[in-house]
Design a protein around this ligand. Structure first.
Ligand code: 5GP
Length: 183
């Protein structure tokens, strides 16, 4: 990982999680999902929560060894570096989930508002089973009763970018993760 800070809009971010560490976490998550879905007779849906989870979902799918269908949805609850508390459904679901098992792929779970609203939406639409798979979790902030089935890494409550995650649409590029530099 390059040991240099980056500037995005009005903020500075410093190196935080190197790609190699993330790769290992993604390997471990994929191994668990593969074990749970090995020999499945249905075709589960892998649901990518756009845009942040694009890279993570791609990386998981490269590792998945069971047949699955890729579907996307675009949701947003963040403005700048703060959760607004309201989850907006921007793009809608691109497939019928009735009677299907769904594995939600998220970049990061913070308050859990997004994932909880999405799970409710999928259950309301008739999904037979919904699992949550997230690259990162902020356990100090997440207080929802829903269990997270697969978690790559836990991080403290700080705003991060990189590896698909943005600050007002900038900073998604690159394999490493950066954290806001308040110094
Ligand atoms: P939640 O609904 O759990 O509060 O927030 C989840 C969504 O907020 C994530 O999908 C992500 O888009 C955004 N988010 C939460 N924490 C961060 C963060 O530290 N950095 C960035 N870039 N986005 C975040």
């Amino acid at each position: 990982m390059e040991n240099r800070k980056i500037n995005l809009w009005d903020k500075t971010f410093k190196p935080y999680i190197p790609a190699e560490k993330l790769e290992k976490a993604i390997d471990a998550v994929a191994e668990k999902v593969n074990a749970d879905f090995a020999n499945c007779e249905d075709i589960p849906i892998v649901l990518c929560v756009l845009n942040g989870a694009i890279m993570f979902t791609g990386e998981l799918m490269q590792r998945f060894t069971f047949p699955c269908e890729l579907v996307s949805i675009k949701l947003s609850s963040y403005q700048g570096t703060q959760s607004t508390g309201t989850v907006l459904n921007i793009l809608g679901l691109t497939a019928d989930v009735r009677g299907r098992r769904v594995i939600i792929c998220e970049d990061i779970v913070d308050t859990g508002n997004t994932i909880t609203a999405l799970k409710e939406l999928l259950v309301a639409k008739g999904s037979s089973d919904v699992r949550i798979c997230t690259m990162l979790l902020k356990p100090d902030v997440y207080k929802k009763p829903d269990k997270l089935d697969y978690v790559g890494m836990e991080i403290p409550n700080a705003f991060i970018v990189g590896h698909g995650l943005d600050y007002n649409e900038l900073g998604r590029t690159g394999k490493d993760i950066y954290v806001i530099d308040n110094d």
